[in-house]
Design a protein around this ligand. Structure first.
Ligand code: PRP
Length: 186
């Protein structure tokens, strides 16, 4: 658990304020983990975390998962260092695990337009897993225009730029324990 939880923070010259507190996040992470413990009790799922953003959520989630499971990672980039999506997904790292006939839980920090999640589900589907379910801490329903199934969602949020708990602004701020929005918004 991070100790870095200021009320406001300046990141790349812009001021951000708390939007989701550490307690709100941690309580929801525990709820999702309990649900996964029930739903995947006999399935030995492979959690696939999407780097970089999902590493904080996934590590907290996994520490509340009590069933047999495995972990792997893949890496994509769609945002570069900007606040809006480039509209293109770049493959930066594939998974190492053989996922044929395995139950997959694809873990994201955020689903914005839905492009990344849709791209990954299609990509993993070609490797013939037994099932794929999606897990995301944050979802921006108003921004999502790609048709993508979301199975476990932590919080539905408005279309605001969010920072912290794995989410960055030009690579900074991932180490914040809480989730922040720009000061002056909402
Ligand atoms: C972010 C986030 C998702 C994606 C969501 O990744 O982690 O992967 O954008 O946006 P979308 O729904 O519009 O596709 P980013 O490309 O910023 O890389 P990062 O995880 O390394 O920060």
């Amino acid at each position: 658990m991070s100790l870095y939880k200021p009320e406001t923070v300046i990141c790349n010259g812009e001021t951000f304020k708390v939007y989701l507190s550490e307690k709100q996040i941690q309580d929801r992470v525990v709820e999702i983990a309990k649900q996964l413990n029930r739903d995947y009790a006999d399935k030995k799922p492979i959690f696939i975390g999407v780097l970089n953003g999902a590493f904080v959520f996934l590590s907290d989630l996994l520490r509340n998962v009590t069933i047999p499971s495995e972990v792997d990672f893949l890496k994509l980039s769609s945002y570069g260092d900007e606040k809006v999506s480039s509209g293109q997904v770049t493959d930066l790292k594939d998974i190492d695990a053989n996922i044929e006939e395995r139950h997959i839980l694809l873990v994201e920090d955020i689903v914005d337009t839905g492009l990344s999640m849709k791209y990954m589900v299609n990509k993993l589907q070609r490797k013939n897993p037994a099932s794929i379910a999606t897990v995301t801490l944050l979802h921006k329903p108003e921004a999502t225009h790609h048709d993508v199934p979301l199975d476990y969602v932590g919080f539905e949020i408005p279309s605001l730029f969010v920072l912290g708990y794995g989410l960055d602004y030009a690579q900074e701020g991932r180490n914040l324990a809480q989730i922040y929005i720009l000061d002056g918004e909402q």
